[in-house]
Ligand binder design. Structure first.
Ligand SMILES: [Zn+2]
Length: 119
């Protein structure tokens, strides 16, 4: 069941801000080397549901492994509020870092574990 909600969020210093429609009943954590270090709780949403409000020029990009996902983070505070990626069917997606959503109740989330280490 989908439960899309309008949210806003951003990095720590406030340079990068976004708004998005996300379904916070569908989040995941991943055990790949990158997600484990950053502690992401991610909510994937179609790219058209995501809008960067400010800070495009503040973003620095990091890619690794198959380089398919653009991990963009604030060059001032280092926080990665979201990433650009692609679904297996080629659909353009935004991976929103639920930890960076304004007022999010992290304890209320029930993330599904993804075995990214094996991808
Ligand atoms: Zn920042």
């Amino acid at each position: 069941m989908s439960d899309m909600k309008d949210v806003t969020g951003g990095c720590h210093c406030g340079a990068v801000r976004f708004e998005a429609k996300v379904d916070l009943s569908q989040t995941n954590v991943c055990n790949c080397s990158h997600c484990e270090k950053k502690g992401f709780v991610l909510s994937f949403t179609p790219r058209e549901n995501f809008r960067l409000l400010q800070g495009e020029d503040q973003l620095t990009e990091y890619r690794f492994n198959k380089k398919k996902i653009a991990h963009v983070f604030c060059k001032t505070c280092g926080v990665q509020a979201f990433a650009w990626g692609e679904a297996p069917d080629g659909a353009q997606m935004a991976a929103v870092n639920a930890r960076c959503i304004d007022g999010v109740d992290l304890k209320a989330l029930t993330p599904v574990q993804i075995d990214g280490r094996s991808f």
